[in-house]
Design a protein around this ligand. Structure first.
Ligand code: HEM
Length: 389
């Protein structure tokens, strides 16, 4: 079994996952308090199983987490059945109204500018941190653009998101939980204001489309919060983890540099090789089982996506990093009814960063060891210092 707080495990969890996979597809995990699916097939089954659902349980004591609970209770990610179907249909309908295509030039221009500035710093021998200057900036700017969030809320988005998502980690201390509630309350206020504004003066942004689509005020706030948090943290970490993989595999970076046509397969491989989201949970809606492991009604089971990503039953040479990998059925964006709605936007953002690095920092090297975030579910880096090579 692994200890999610152990720095040695966090540095490279994949050998520990291989040990678990060898024991069988599903195990009891006393540390996590739930059984955990570790093979690709079992993780996929957990995500697709109609007898397992995301059942939101309010953070307790509920009186102290009013805003945090409101955001999540009204998020489509936390709903199941008819209620999920209706809200997802409305959000997907608004999302598919060309917002990713509308944003593409802005995403590419922003990635290009951020990476060009980073490259100038690296060439001048100044500190050049890919995470702080590019990965953490681009996704939140893109969400701000998608939702057309005005100042001053725009500048506060990143801090709100960072503070709120800490609640997803196990065993969080009381001050951080209180900070997550405060950030949720500020976010709810700002979003209610934005929704009112768009109701009165619609624009070509997603919030206007959602208001027109018939979401009520709480659903709108919950959806905007979900887009911010789902769309932000995972993308930051996908870029950080992905570029680190390229730096640790210079021959693969060389290959990708020489052949821009490999960008789409490289994006998928970055997401598979070191996924930014390592674990999701489901609750049994009825007595059921996964790969023969009983999951009684009301109990939870986790899908360890990081373990699924290196399963030799699903991937040839799973521990090899191959930017040209063609058969790559990774579960990085989930599977089943909750499959990531933002996958096209996320792919665009990661591809835009790779293309900008190819243009501005083709000789990139690690300037110092990266610092890792101490979190396990959201796997990522705090810093990724680059040199120009
Ligand atoms: C590399 C970046 C991203 C990764 C790895 C990722 C991954 C995921 C995963 C694994 C799920 C399913 C969770 C589950 O089954 O419990 C999910 C759901 C979702 N994601 Fe993403 N995501 C990313 C970026 C984005 C972006 C940019 C957006 C939007 C702007 C977004 C919006 C959503 C939404 C709305 C859902 C909920 C769908 C539903 O419940 O029906 N994601 N994402």
């Amino acid at each position: 079994m692994f200890d999610p707080a152990d720095p040695a495990f966090l540095a490279n969890p994949y050998p520990a996952f291989a040990v678990l996979r060898a024991l069988g597809p599903v195990h009891a995990h006393p540390g996590l308090g739930t059984p955990v699916a570790v093979s690709h097939a079992a993780c996929s089954a957990v995500l697709r199983h109609r007898g397992l659902g995301r059942l939101w349980a309010d953070a307790e004591p509920a009186a102290e987490f009013g805003a945090f609970n409101l955001l999540h209770r009204n998020s489509l990610l936390e709903r199941e059945g008819e209620s999920h179907h209706r809200l997802r249909g409305l959000v997907a309908g608004a999302f598919n109204r060309g917002h990713t295509a509308r944003l593409e030039p802005a995403v590419r221009a922003l990635a290009d500018r951020l990476v060009a500035d980073l490259a100038a710093d690296a060439r001048a021998g100044r500190p050049a941190d890919l995470v702080g200057s590019v990965a953490a900036v681009l996704p939140v700017e893109v969400i701000a653009e998608l939702l057309a969030v005005p100042e001053p809320a725009r500048s506060a988005l990143r801090e709100w998101s960072n503070t709120i998502v800490r609640m997803y980690e196990p065993h969080l201390d009381a001050p951080r939980r209180a900070a997550a509630e405060r950030a949720s309350a500020e976010f709810v206020d700002a979003l209610r204001g934005l929704a009112d504004l768009r109701r009165r003066r619609p624009g070509d942004d997603l919030v206007s489309d959602l208001v027109a689509g018939g979401l009520d005020a709480d659903e709108l706030v919950g959806t905007a919060a979900l887009l911010l948090m789902a769309g932000h943290e995972a993308t930051v970490n996908a870029v950080g983890n992905g570029v680190l993989a390229l730096l640790r595999h210079p021959a693969q970076w060389e290959r990708l540099r020489a052949d821009p046509a490999l960008t789409p397969t490289a994006v998928e491989e970055l997401l598979r090789f070191d996924p930014p989201l390592q674990l999701f949970e489901r609750t049994a809606l009825e007595d059921t089982d996964v790969a023969g492991h009983p999951v009684p009604a009301g109990t939870r089971i986790a899908a360890l996506l990081g373990a699924a990503a290196h399963d030799p039953e699903a991937f040839d040479r799973p521990d090899e990093f191959d930017v040209g990998r063609t058969r790559n059925p990774h579960l990085g964006f989930g599977a089943g009814v909750h499959y990531c709605l933002g996958a096209p936007l996320a792919r665009l953002e990661v591809a835009a960063v790779l293309d900008a690095l190819r243009a501005h920092l083709p000789g990139m090297v690690l300037a110092a060891e990266p610092e890792r975030l101490p979190t396990f579910v959201m796997r990522g880096l705090r810093t990724l210092p680059l040199g120009a090579g």
